[in-house]
Design a binder for this molecule. Structure first.
Ligand SMILES: [Zn+2]
Length: 295
């Protein structure tokens, strides 16, 4: 089964994934054997026969020098494999994946390692969020219902992830209110709208934070950008969150300052992909009267 078929498999289709840890081990080893055939064809295929003293060792081959051109901070979500999303091969992306693509100390340390060690090849730091992010959804639910059972059941470690994302959620909520008025919170689609905008702002804010941390590296030619991957279309999307938009803004530069972050929040709050979750009545107020703030 190719990766496309695996990605598109729905819950209604037969489960072809390994069912036990032992089956997982076999699946992983079989996958590695196929990878070896392609990546290291000089290595003899694995055998169940123990090697003998007379057996010739595999000929030595040079180990490639690590030289990625892009470092990606992405989410751990199994549906967003960075290399496949950008059709990149080995040694092209330096990938850090963590739930919610949040910038904890270890993640920042990994990216700083890449910056310092791959100066000759690394040209871009990319924060990649994605639609339908579970970490963002959890943070939105914790924000909307802080005393709810799900909010209090987080372990300390899970709370750390959610707390990172909450900053973007609060900013998203403020942007929605400034764009649509305080009544937006009582809209039936408010939660969905808040998830949409928070996904984008979380990626943007993480990129801003990362840019602040590694500012000196930009002077050496490495840029920091962010983007959102749309699970439905497999496309990288820009601030209008519309996969159909054909523009070069799908990968956006990290905001340079808080004012840019605020302007971005307003832009996303007014985008059709966010406003589609709001009622026609509320949207009519925005476009028929000089009410909510311009963006
Ligand atoms: Zn995610």
């Amino acid at each position: 089964m190719d990766w496309v078929s695996r990605f598109r498999r729905t819950s209604d289709e037969p489960l072809e994934a390994p069912r036990t840890p032992e089956e997982v081990v076999l699946r992983l080893l079989a996958g590695n054997a196929r990878f070896v055939c392609v990546a290291a064809p000089h290595v003899p295929a694995g055998s169940t026969v123990p090697p003998t003293a007379a057996a010739a060792p595999a000929p030595a081959a040079p180990v490639p020098k690590q030289a990625p051109f892009c470092a990606v901070l992405g989410c751990s979500d199994a549906r967003v494999p960075s290399e496949l999303v950008f059709e990149a091969g080995p040694n092209e992306l330096f990938v850090v994946r963590v739930a919610g693509n949040v910038l904890g100390d270890e993640c920042l340390g990994s990216l700083e390692y890449a910056l310092h060690n791959f100066r000759d090849s690394l040209r871009l730091l990319l924060v990649l969020g994605h639609t339908g992010c579970g970490a963002v959804t959890a943070a939105v639910d914790a924000y909307l219902n802080p005393t709810g059972r799900n909010s209090t059941a987080f372990t300390r470690s899970l709370r750390a992830v959610v707390n990172h994302v909450l900053v973007a959620v609060r900013s998203g909520a403020l942007s929605l209110e400034e764009c649509w008025g305080a009544g937006v919170q009582s809209e039936p689609g408010y939660r969905d709208a808040l998830i949409e905008i928070s996904v984008y702002l979380n990626a943007a804010m993480t990129a801003y934070q990362l840019r602040e941390e590694v500012r000196t590296s930009e002077e050496s030619g490495t840029r920091t950008m962010f983007a959102v991957f749309d699970l439905a279309t497999c496309q990288v999307i820009g601030p209008d969150l519309d996969p159909a938009t054909d523009d070069t803004g799908k990968l956006s530069p990290a905001p340079a300052d808080p004012d840019e972050l605020i302007a971005l929040g307003h832009q996303v709050a007014a985008s059709p992909m966010v406003s589609r979750h709001l009622s026609d009545a509320l949207r009519a107020t925005r476009y028929s009267a000089p009410g909510p703030a311009n963006v």
